[in-house]
Structure formats: structure tokens, C-alpha cells
Ligand binder design. Structure first.
Ligand code: HEM
Length: 494
């Protein structure tokens, strides 16, 4: 399939977008190979972007069936979060029964999974889900969180292969967690799913609220696919850089602004299917990673059974802050110079070992002149790497490579716009940045509704301050990123 952004239909022949280029024909020597912007190398599909074009695998082969069975069992039991106020001794006994079965699982070899990325992805999905179920059903009185060898060993091995942290990521709960609601007709077996034709494979709570929470992101990923082809078209034109190119880039940027504008109502629609109190009290606690619980350490038992394994250091839970699409928009528009400078300033850096496949190093970050503007502690990090940069190490490695490719563009769009001195181009660039800022305005409102409000109510009900910062830091963080997006608008200096 041709990845070039298709020209709008019914263009009059004299329209500038329809004019033949003066230099069309053979590509000049040194032309950047922007066709790779959505190539196989980056695992970015022309129809589904960062989502796979075919529904993810729903079950591992026989050899790994014990993991699938015990996951099915956990989900069927509808186990309760350990810190639920209404948890009964019966609930506790049922979840302990399940955890005992996990501890008794054999340590299944993972060598046979390494032949296929798709098998590895499903294994990461299943094992990470098992680990979160195990950890968050452990009674609060348990001093340390000990993750048993039947989970630790394969999860760390699979994570090392995928170069992902051994914890639930956005790719586990969004990118590789969907199926068609209604399968496509056999005549069109590989067809990107319509936004309303998606369902999820795995849910902690089995609620529509949880499903709609993941699907909001999935729909944004799918609607955003067009942005990737526009980026490619703009990069091609930027290489040519003549006056026709500037006019075309201007038009493409207005299209990009429209695509980004379409993401905002999709985000806002999460309210129709996901109740804020259900999200805050019943869904979000399952996502917590090791760094959300200052009082208890996560101990990975069985590391000594495989000398290649290392104590993991990156253990935040899943976040849409790991969406490569939104990062790609930031990077392409050059907004990341602002937005990717948000540091965690309050927490001490966790002890971090050397980078390894299981502890993927965050992408290299150019030293930023911008001072940290917000603190953020619901998904903490090191003091030396900003949160959004760190979140890139939670993305599938091909998508990380894609972002690196994008940020290494020899002709960055923002520089081009600044240098061109062309008012319509600058206006079009600002339209795209404004659309992203408007998306983040809506996101700030969502975080207020889903986290800040419920955390305040929880505090009120308890009649005492909630431990930690509640939702305040998350709220400050997303507001900071929104303000930094607005700060990326360019002024017309003419
Ligand atoms: C009920 C829905 C949502 C809630 C409650 C929510 C909450 C949050 C929170 C608390 C953060 C701070 C980082 C963290 O804790 O992980 C965050 C970051 C972020 N979220 Fe969401 N989010 C929601 C939906 C979405 C959706 C659908 C997207 C789109 C893919 C999205 C994209 C992002 C991005 C890109 C960040 C990083 C900050 C930024 O770039 O603006 N969120 N979100």
C-alpha cells in the first residue's frame, strides 16, 4: 500500500497541490528515505499506526497453557484489590488460594517464544497481568511484595527479549489488548477496525468502565494514523524546501491540525463509558507499579536461577504517557523540547543498575535548558530523566526507534518554519500546535475529573489526609505539559 498522503479528491487541476513538481522524476541523490517512516522496521502500519494491523494473539500455544489457564482463573474469580474496605475473609481466602496455585506453577521455559515477536508480546501481556493480579491482591499486612519464581523468571526473560520493563505497559493494555467486536467479512480479512468495532481481551475488573478506558486510547491511536502519513508527506516536502514545498507543507499542517482536533472529542467521550469513581477506586489501583508503594519493596524471587537476569529498576505501571502517537506529534512539531522537560523533583532517584535488555535505558536526552516545572509522583522516576522521556523506555522498542528516527530528522519542521519567514506557514504550524494544546486542555479536565476529584473525595471520607500526594502531582504534571505545549507557539516576528 502506498503510504504517501493521498491528495484530497476532486482537486481542480490548477490547484497547487495538483501541480506537477518542477523537479519530479528521479529522486535526487541523498534524498532521505522517508518511506521508512511507516516501515516494517519500526513496526508502524500504514493502516493502524502503532496498533498492529491484525488483532493480537489471544492465546499462547500448549506449552505455555498453564499461564493462560491461571490468568483465566484469576479473572473468573473477580478477585478484589487487597486494600478494598469491603474485602471479606472469604475474598482474602479465594485470592490466597489463587496465589498459592501461582507459586506452585512450573517455571516454564521461554526459549520457544523467542522465535516470534507475537508470541513474546502475548507472553508479556499474560505474565505482566498475572504479576499485577498477584501483587495487588496480597494483603496490606504483607511486609514485602515477593513475586514468585514461576512469574519472575519467565517475565524477566521475555521482557529482556522485548527490551521492555517487566511490568504492565500501555502496549499490554491498549496496543495489544484488542479484538474486533464483529469480525470483518472474509472478503476483507485484514481491515483496520472501525473505532466502534473494538473490544478488549483482558480486564482486571471485567467492567465496561475499564474496557472503555483502554479503548479511548486505542481509538485515538487509530484516528491518529493519518497524522503519520502527513508527517511523511511534510518531511518529503521539507527535503525539497522550495516555495511549492512551503505551500504544500502549509496545507498538510492544516490537515494535521484537523486530525489532532479529532482526537479531542474521542478523548472526551471516555466519560460516556467510564465512571470516574469506578476508575479511581476499582481500576487504577491495579496499574500501580513498584514505585507507587514507598512502604513495601517488590522482591523478584528466583533471579538466581538465570544468571542473565538482573534486578529490574524500571517498574512504573502503564500510562497513556507511553503512547508513541502523542510523543510522535510532540517530536515532529518540536514541542518535545518543552514538554519533555518535566522532571520528578520530589523523590530521590531509585538505585539504578546498568542498562540492560531488562532495564532498557531511556532514550538519550539532550540537556535541556528548561528548568523542571512540575513534580510528579504517581509514576515516579529518576531525577535525571524527565518523565515523558523515561516513558519511552516502556514503549515497544521498534516504536522507540521510530521516535529516534523522527527526532533525528536533518530538517526539523519547527526550524524550517522559523527560518522560512512565511506567515501562512507559521499560522499553519501554530494551528497544529494549538490543536495539540486543546487536546491537552481536554486531558487536564479528564485528569481533574478522574483523579483529582475522586482523590479529594476519598480524603474527605477518610477524614484525614490521604497518604502521598493523592492526585495533585498528576494534575500538576499534565497541566505543566499542557502549558508547555502552549509555550511552543511561534510568534510572527514580521
Ligand atoms: C480517563 C482517562 C484518562 C485519565 C484518567 C488519564 C490520566 C493521566 C495521568 C494521571 C497522567 C500523568 C501520568 C501518569 O500518571 O501516567 C496522564 C498522562 C498522559 N496521558 Fe492520560 N489519562 C486518560 C486518558 C488518556 C488518553 C485516552 C490519552 C491518549 C492516548 C492520554 C494521553 C496521555 C499522555 C500523552 C500523557 C503524558 C502527558 C502529556 O503528554 O500530556 N490519556 N494521563
Amino acid at each position: 500500500m502506498d503510504f504517501l498522503f493521498p491528495l484530497p479528491p476532486n482537486l481542480p487541476p490548477e490547484h497547487f497541490l495538483a501541480l506537477p513538481r518542477p523537479d519530479h522524476g528521479q529522486a535526487a541523490v541523498g534524498t532521505p528515505d522517508t518511506s521508512t517512516l511507516a516501515a516494517h522496521d519500526f513496526d508502524v502500519d500504514t493502516r493502524t499506526g502503532f496498533m498492529p494491523p491484525q488483532p493480537p494473539l489471544v492465546r499462547l500455544p500448549e506449552e505455555w497453557e498453564p499461564w493462560e489457564t491461571i490468568l483465566d482463573d484469576a479473572l473468573a474469580r473477580r478477585m478484589k484489590l487487597a486494600d478494598k474496605k469491603d474485602i471479606t475473609p472469604d475474598d482474602e481466602a479465594r485470592s490466597e488460594q489463587w496465589r498459592a496455585r501461582v507459586r506452585e506453577l512450573p517455571i516454564i521455559q521461554t526459549a520457544g517464544l523467542t522465535r516470534s515477536e507475537i508470541l513474546l508480546r502475548r507472553a508479556h501481556h499474560v505474565l505482566a497481568w498475572l504479576m499485577h493480579l498477584y501483587v495487588h491482591t496480597l494483603p496490606r499486612s504483607t511486609p514485602d511484595i515477593r513475586i514468585p519464581p514461576p512469574i519472575t523468571v519467565p517475565l524477566l526473560q521475555v521482557s529482556a527479549q522485548l527490551q521492555l520493563p517487566p511490568v504492565l505497559t500501555y502496549s499490554d493494555d491498549v496496543l495489544y489488548n484488542w479484538a474486533y467486536k464483529v469480525p470483518p467479512s472474509p472478503a476483507f480479512p485484514v481491515r483496520p477496525p472501525a473505532l466502534d468495532n473494538l473490544r478488549c481481551l483482558t480486564l482486571f475488573t471485567g467492567t465496561r468502565d475499564e474496557e472503555e478506558f483502554y479503548l479511548a486510547s486505542a481509538r485515538i491511536e487509530l484516528r491518529g494514523v493519518e497524522a503519520l502519513s502527513l508527517m511523511r508527506a511534510i518531511m518529503d516536502e521539507a527535503f525539497l524546501g522550495d516555495s511549492t514545498a512551503i505551500r504544500r507543507i502549509t496545507a498538510y499542517l492544516h490537515s494535521l491540525a484537523r486530525v489532532i482536533a479529532d482526537l479531542t472529542p474521542i478523548l472526551a467521550a471516555v466519560r460516556e463509558g467510564c465512571d470516574p469513581e469506578v476508575f479511581y477506586n476499582d481500576i487504577r489501583p491495579w496499574f500501580k507499579g513498584a514505585d507507587s508503594d514507598a512502604a513495601r519493596k517488590w522482591v523478584f524471587e528466583g533471579l538466581e536461577r538465570d544468571p542473565t537476569l538482573q534486578e529490574p529498576t524500571e517498574l512504573s505501571g502503564p500510562s497513556a504517557g507511553q503512547s508513541s502517537l502523542i510523543h510522535a506529534l510532540d517530536v515532529f512539531l518540536g514541542v518535545d523540547k518543552n514538554t519533555h522537560s518535566n522532571f520528578l523533583a520530589e523523590k530521590p532517584a531509585p538505585a539504578s543498575g546498568p542498562a540492560s535488555p531488562a532495564n532498557p535505558a531511556p532514550p538519550a536526552q539532550a540537556p535541556s535548558a528548561a528548568a523542571p516545572t512540575t513534580t510528579f509522583s504517581s509514576a515516579p522516576g529518576t531525577t535525571s530523566v524527565p518523565f515523558l522521556t523515561r516513558m519511552q523506555s516502556y514503549m515497544p522498542r521498534h516504536h522507540r526507534a521510530f521516535l529516534r528516527h523522527l527526532s533525528a530528522s536533518p530538517r526539523p519542521l519547527r526550524t524550517l518554519v522559523e527560518a522560512a519567514g512565511d506567515a501562512p506557514l507559521l499560522e499553519a504550524y501554530n494551528a497544529a500546535v494549538t490543536a495539540l494544546k486543546v487536546f491537552r486542555d481536554a486531558h487536564v479536565r479528564i485528569v481533574a475529573l478522574y483523579i483529582l476529584g475522586p482523590s479529594k473525595r476519598a480524603r474527605g471520607l477518610m477524614g484525614q489526609p490521604e497518604k502521598g500526594t493523592g492526585g495533585t502531582d498528576a494534575f500538576k504534571f499534565v497541566k505543566g505539559v499542557r502549558d508547555q505545549t502552549a509555550g511552543a507557539l511561534l510568534r510572527n516576528t514580521e
